[in-house]
Design a protein around this ligand. Structure first.
Ligand SMILES: NC(=O)C1=CN([C@@H]2O[C@H](COP(=O)(O)OP(=O)(O)OC[C@H]3O[C@@H](n4cnc5c(N)ncnc54)[C@H](OP(=O)(O)O)[C@@H]3O)[C@@H](O)[C@H]2O)C=CC1
Ligand SMILES: O=C(O)C1=N[C@H](C(=O)O)C[C@H](O)C1
Length: 243
């Protein structure tokens, strides 16, 4: 029988931070593709608010009681991260996380979890930023001695600064030998803008990514979940997903 014709069940997702901006976008986009995804649980501190039809809700404090799923998707805050990571490790569940502002010890725990579960964390799930990071590394390598500055702009409700993406772009510049500086602006409803500026006497290069809709991040995370399900335990990165 042609395996491409074998019907497959939709991927069962548990969403952590379900009432947040990203949590809501994830549930809406998953519901638009019922043949690919089913949200079997929304984990939230606010059970009963912004209920999405047919999605069972679970209190954040009772994460342990959440049902069996294929992948947990977490877009929350550092305060909520330890519990969701521990839950995934304890129950052997694959984890996709985009939560930024993690501490050094949380990053160490994330890396260590890769020995037990498939886990993919990324500061930015857009294709454009993945390409930008590559361009930044190449530019930094080609422009030794230039000043490298990263300017990020986000909506006023964003709590962490510099953004996770800015730090990722800074790491890319660092791979190319630069020592970047950061500037952060919080204004209005800006979804996310990152400029990496390379400057020297008499000339300047600016590489900019502008996100105009956070659905790009949610789509990327759903794509990552489908990719991660059933992979062996490891600490995966966005580059693994993109090839
Ligand atoms: N990697 C990427 O591509 C992207 C990453 N992000 C990151 O994702 C995260 C979420 O962003 P966004 O959705 O805009 O933020 P929101 O503030 O809208 O949502 C965060 C949610 O996390 C949950 N939460 C917060 N504190 C706690 C806590 N102490 N215990 C349990 N749950 C908690 C809440 O869910 P509830 O209300 O349901 O309880 C809250 O609504 C941020 O770290 C942001 O930087 C954002 C966009 C893209
Ligand atoms: O909080 C946000 O909104 C975003 N956070 C991520 C980050 O910290 O880089 C990704 C994106 O820029 C939106």
């Amino acid at each position: 029988m042609d395996e491409t014709l074998t019907p497959t069940s939709p991927l069962r997702l548990l969403i952590n931070g379900a009432n947040g901006r990203m949590g809501q976008a994830l549930q809406r986009l998953a519901a638009e593709q019922p043949e690919r995804f089913v949200v079997i649980g929304a984990v939230t501190r606010k059970v009963g608010q912004r209920v999405i039809d047919g999605v069972p809700q679970f209190a954040s404090a009772e994460l342990a009681g959440a049902p069996e799923c294929d992948v947990v998707i977490d877009f929350s805050l550092p305060e909520a991260f330890d519990a969701v990571l521990a839950h995934c490790v304890e129950h052997g569940r694959a984890l996709v996380s985009g939560t930024t502002g993690l501490s050094e010890s949380q990053r160490v725990a994330l890396d260590a979890a890769g020995a037990r579960i498939p886990v993919l964390w990324a500061s930015n799930f857009s294709l454009g930023v993945a390409v930008l990071a590559d361009l930044v590394e190449r530019a930094a390598r080609s422009l030794p001695g230039w000043d490298v500055d990263i300017v990020e702009q986000h909506h006023v409700r964003k709590l962490d600064a510099p953004s996770g993406t800015a730090l990722t772009l800074g790491d890319a510049a660092g791979q190319g030998g630069a020592v970047p500086r950061y500037a952060s602006l919080r204004a209005g409803d800006i979804v996310g803008e990152h400029t990496v500026q390379f400057a020297t006497f008499g000339e300047r290069i600016e590489l900019t990514h502008r996100a105009t809709n956070r659905d790009i991040f949610a789509r990327g995370a759903l794509h990552a979940a489908a990719w991660l399900a059933n992979r062996p335990p490891a600490r995966y990165r966005i580059g693994d997903l993109l090839g």
